[in-house]
Every structure is written in structure tokens, then in C-alpha cells.
Design a protein around this ligand. Sequence first.
Ligand code: SDX
Length: 423
Amino acid sequence: MSAKTAKLQIDGIDKVIELPIYEGTTGPDVLDVRGLVSEGVFTYDPGFVSTASCESEITFIDGGKGVLLHRGYPIEQLAEKATFLETCFLLLNGELPTPEQKTAFENTIRYHTMVDEHIHQFFKGFPKNAHPMAMLVGVVGALSAFYHDDLDIDDPTHRKLAAHRLIAKMPTLAAMCYKHSVGQPFMYPQNSMGFAENFLHMMFGTPCEEPNVSPTLAKAMDTIFLLHADHEQNASTSTVRLAGSSGANPYACIASGIAALWGPSHGGANEAVLEMLYEIGDESNIEEYIAKAKDKNDPFRLMGFGHRVYKNFDPRATVMRKICDEVLEELGVEDDPLFRIARKLEKIALEDEYFISKKLYPNVDFYSGIILKAIGIPTSLFTVIFATGRTPGWIAHWDEMLSHPYKIGRPRQLYKGHTPRDI
Ligand code: SDX
């Protein structure tokens, strides 16, 4: 830790409080404020906008420069040169796999893709029109019921096994959510297939036909999972860490992350982007919606725009936009009206002073929904796709926290309620 300190003079406290300052390998320094509680004061940071909750080596974001690194590798290079499973290995282990490690990891994940047959019964209890995220949060939380023997969170081998099971089973469960909603039989994973190919097969295959997945769509799906793999201490990852800090089992922690991701301000935005584009309906209505987004009295926000950290472009959106072009061309729907509206909306917003001044750029969710729709994935399943991609990030942060000394998370408050009074 560095010898730098900050000196704090607080009215009413007749001494200078020295707070240690720590430097990261890159990014902002941090002020260690843990000593303040003994001086009788708390820090105050609703939404944790300027609070570092932990030390981490997994992902670094520079919001001003549009930089996203996973274990030091830029997201643009990973999207171009790595697969989703190689990125999962990188997030979990700190390095990209050697060819031998890659083969072994792929086989390990393949081995865990099937789910216990009893889980099929869970879906029978859901109404056909249940939201897929409601089903996913339920069945993932229930997974711990099937793995009592491997839940010693202080045992690294148990933690790694839980990580592999969760990464492997999310696509299977995601596809089961879809099949339940369309009344088709669940498809079993095929060990002869790659990760994304298997997912699309379980989604759109039926027992009546031979498997037939487009390699282009499988590659696009793999990159979409990769682009969602991790994103530092976002709302859902912080939820996973907080749940994990109480010693909850990994399946319960990931279920808590799924629940947090569901909100339209977070992972639910990709679904909200499509609903917004449907609502806009025609390019001629764009100006009206831009005005609504700028109107302080109108709760409407341009979904897929803005970010808590990126105050420049979201590098994932740049890659996603390129994939969007490729997939729509491959499918011969480059004139898709929603895509046209999205492109026009992006152009107008990026030239509008309001969005420029507030540094609102398209984020990862802006284009992902259009690609997923083009692939044939229903809008209600978009956040399930996001959760499937984000699982390695969630579980890598959970494992990183448990691999080092940690305390149960317990924020304090600025109390503005009644002082003691008698009934
Ligand atoms: C994800 O944290 C992560 O890393 C998340 C994520 C991940 O990978 O885990 O990147 C995934 O969640 C991406 C974000 C998806 N959400 C959306 O696309 C929903 C639309 N975006 C907004 O809800 C908003 O931009 C947030 C929630 C994303 C960010 O909110 P902030 O940083 O708290 O921004 P803010 O609310 O402080 O807004 C600053 C100003 C405000 O105006 P003023 O009060 O200063 O006048 O910008 C305005 C906001 O009203 N604003 C928008 C806007 N987003 C912010 N105005 C119109 N449309 C928008 N989308």
C-alpha cells in the first residue's frame, strides 16, 4: 500500500485525521475511510457512485476513455480473438488457457451442461406466460438443493465445481425457460456441439428434426455472451458479492445477481430498448421521443443510452454494432425497420446537445436486443441471455472475494427518522 495520505479537518474534532491513500495498478487512487467510524462519522455516498467496495484484479473500466479490460486484455481483442469459454477461463483463472487447458475446460463445461431431471418438474409449476427471468431466478436459486455435498465455500475445489456447474447449466436453463413458454419439449445439450451452438440448438431445435445451427449465428451468440461476461462492480455483481459476504451458497448468490440484473436500469435495458423501438414505431416519431427523453418532467429515458461509468462510448456497443451489421446481412434483414429506427435514433441522439452535454452514448444494451431479435430470440428472454453471459463474471468475483479475507457487507446510513419517544 502507498505511503500517501489525505488529511481531514472536521469541525468539532480538534485533530487532523490522516486517511491512507492506496494506488491501484491503474485507475483512481482510493481513500481508506475505515478509520472514520472511530471518530464518530460515516461517509455518505448513495448509489456508491464514488465508493470502491473492494480490491479486485478481474476487470478494469476507464469510463472516460471507453476502456474495458478483462485481466488486462481489451474487450475488443477478446471479442475478435477469443471465445466465450476462453474468456470464462480468463476471468476465473487470471490467464487465457493454453490449448490443452482450453480443451480440458471445454470438456469440463460440456460435462456439466445437463440439469437434474427433477428440475424439469419446476417448470411445470410456472404459468406458460411466466416471465423467463422469474423462472430463471427461481430455478437457479433452487440448484443448491441438488448439490448439498459440494457447498463448502471455504474449499477452493468446491468453489471451482460450482463455477463450472453454473457456467455450464445457465444456457440449458435459459433454453428451458424459452421452451416452457412455447410449449415445446426441452432439448438436451449435445456434447458434440460448442457452447453457443448448443444453446441455439436447445433453443430452436426440436426432437422432430436433425440439429441445424448456423455457424454465423453461433459465432454471433458466442460473442454476445462474451461481451456480457463481466463488468467490474456493477449493481448485480455487487449484489452477488454482498450475498456471498454472508456465506450464502453460490447458487443463492447468483440468483441474487439475476434478480438485481432484471431491472430496466440494468440488464433489463435490452428488453426495454426493443419495447422503446416498437413504441417509436417509425423514424418520423424519433424527434418526439428525443424530446420526451430530454423533458425533466417526463420519466421517459432513452433506453440503451447512458451509463453510470462510461461517459464516453461503451466499447461493447461498438463491437455489438458491428455484429448487428453482420447478422442482419447474413439473415438478409439489413432493412429491418427497427434497426433503421435504432440507427437513426443513435445518429440524432449523438448530434443532440442534451445527450452530448450529459455524455449519453449507446451502451451494450442498445444493439444487443436487435441482434437477439434477428436471431429469433423473444424480447422477454433478452435479460436471460445477459444473465447467461454475465455468470462467469459474477462467479469470478464471488470466488475472488472468498479467496481472500473478507467481512460481511454492512453499509450504514444517515438517520433522519424520529429520535426516541414514548408510545
Ligand atoms: C447496464 O454498471 C454497469 O456496468 C452496468 C452494465 C453492465 O454491464 O453491468 O453496463 C449494464 O446496466 C447498462 C445500462 C443499461 N441501462 C439503460 O440503458 C437504461 C437507460 N439509462 C439510464 O437509466 C441511465 O443512463 C443509467 C441508469 C444507465 C445511468 O444512470 P446514472 O449514471 O445514474 O445517470 P444519471 O441518472 O445520473 O443521469 C445523468 C443525467 C440525468 O439528467 P440530470 O439529472 O443531470 O438533469 O443524464 C440523464 C439523467 O436524467 N440521463 C438520461 C438517460 N440516462 C441519463 N436522459 C435520457 N435518457 C437516458 N437514457
